[in-house]
Design a protein around this ligand. Structure first.
Ligand code: ADP
Ligand code: ASP
Ligand code: MG
Length: 422
């Protein structure tokens, strides 16, 4: 008998029919003798709908007071889901109880719309489990120390589930979703993408941080920190599939370093359309410019990703970096109004029609020339590279957004990712 956490995403919870299927699946696991905790997302489209309503009424500036209300609103989607799932389980004859984040409580920071989980109280949940109930806890939401409701950022239910699993020292956290595992790249963009039976924790961390939205990055960070065994699998198999078979399906995130991976060099390709590029042109080339530009951006709480500074010519240089598209307008305003005049820079220009494509693989550590091969593939497709960023196990390029699918497909083919593993 094990303690298992199941997470069901929006599509898996998308209708009362789907919720009834989730209830049957969870009841099956409970009947097999497992202690079950379930963390569902809002029904698909619901979080977008709620945030859309707020947008219709939003004030001109995004004040902390506004962000607080956004969380108050967005968190309701998950509350609907837990209530419905508990009802569906009761209809199956399975005792179940649901809790909102504040009832557990799941304590978070006060950073509205992107709060971080600080602690989870397991007392109430354990008492219910001891009493033979399935415990259902809202994904995505928590409560700060002043009892304000917070949310964890888009896709945050993954993180709720893994954090709950860590707090309860669960035997496994199963992330049920609308694909049957983690693929070499998004199967909706590249139909030839292959499911990986396992992926190393480090590679999953890179894939998630570089844009593979199958798991929220923080959920992978949690799994790594607390060594939570974690698996991504489909909620669209028949609910009565054999448990032993189900428990081995999908993709396991492994922590074993020396285990031979499926792919020798590149394991997967991630991409992300969420960034925008900003360039400060004609900056006098002297010590401290990077600090003056990026320091001001950081002070405005804007995260910077890829950075390049060009060679200086006639004592002037160009400085470019990428930020999240949500922060783009704010960053450009700040640079134009304050930073460029202070620096004596000629111009601030931006481009929102970019994307970042990344190849990921721990095999890159021991192979030279992988990045060069990536650049060759892109040049053969006539795709211009605007920026490059590398680490031990990944190479990312920033390119024109319109070439994203072409680039991903070409790289997927060139690195043999559509071939079955040797
Ligand atoms: P959920 O609502 O269950 O949380 P998400 O939409 O957040 O589901 O995540 C699942 C989606 O992630 C898939 O439908 C797929 O399009 C996308 N995805 C992106 N990259 C990958 C990948 N490498 N492997 C599998 N799915 C991926
Ligand atoms: N409902 C939230 C969202 O749409 C959280 C999640 O689905 O993981 O982002
Ligand atoms: Mg998700």
């Amino acid at each position: 008998m094990a303690l298992i956490v199941h997470k069901y995403g929006g599509t898996s919870m998308g209708s009362t029919e789907r919720i009834a299927q989730v209830a049957k699946r969870v009841a099956k696991w409970a009947r097999a003798g497992h202690r079950m905790v379930v963390v569902p997302s809002a029904m698909s489209g619901e979080t977008n709908r709620l945030l859309g309503l707020a947008k219709e009424l939003a004030p001109a500036r995004q004040t902390p007071e506004y962000l607080r209300e956004l969380d108050m609103l967005a968190s309701t989607g998950e509350q609907v889901s837990v209530g419905l799932l508990a009802i569906a389980l009761q209809a199956e004859g399975q005792p179940a109880v649901s809790y909102a984040g504040w009832q557990v409580p799941i304590r978070t920071s006060s950073a509205y719309t992107k709060a971080r989980i600080d602690s989870i109280d397991d007392q109430r949940v354990r008492a219910d489990l001891d009493a033979g109930k399935v415990v259902i806890i809202t994904g995505f939401q928590g409560v700060d120390e002043d009892d304000n409701i917070t949310t964890l950022g888009r896709g945050g239910s993954d993180t709720s589930a893994v954090a709950v699993a860590a707090a309860l020292k669960a035997d496994e956290c199963l992330i049920f979703t609308d694909v049957d595992g983690v693929y070499t790249t998004d199967p909706r963009v590249v139909p030839e993408a292959r499911r990986m039976a396992r992926i190393s924790f480090e590679e999953m961390l890179e894939m998630a941080s570089l844009g593979s939205k199958v798991l929220q990055i923080r959920s992978v960070e949690f799994a790594g920190k607390y060594k939570v065994p974690m698996r991504v699998l489909s909620s669209f198999t028949p609910w009565d599939i054999d448990i032993a078979e189900e428990a081995q399906s999908g993709t396991l995130i492994t922590f074993e370093e020396d285990e031979p991976m499926e792919q020798a060099v590149v394991s997967g390709i991630a991409f992300n359309r969420d960034e925008a590029k900003i360039s400060v042109l004609g900056v006098p080339d002297r010590p401290g410019i990077a600090y003056q530009i990026l320091g001001a951006v950081a002070d405005a709480n804007i995260e910077v990703d890829v950075i390049i500074q060009n060679l200086s010519k006639d004592g002037k240089t160009d400085f470019s970096f990428t930020v999240n598209r949500n922060d783009y307008a704010r960053a450009v305003d700040l640079l134009k109004d304050r930073v460029a005049p202070a620096l004596g820079a000629a111009e601030v220009v931006g481009d929102t029609r970019i994307c970042k494509v990344s190849i990921v693989g721990i095999g890159m550590r021991s192979h030279v020339g992988v990045a060069a091969r990536m650049f060759r593939v892109l040049s053969e497709e006539g795709i211009n590279i605007q920026m490059i960023s590398t680490s031990e196990i990944k190479t990312s390029v920033v390119i024109d957004e319109k070439y994203m699918e072409l680039a991903v497909r070409a790289l997927h083919r060139a690195f043999d990712l559509d071939q079955p593993a040797a």
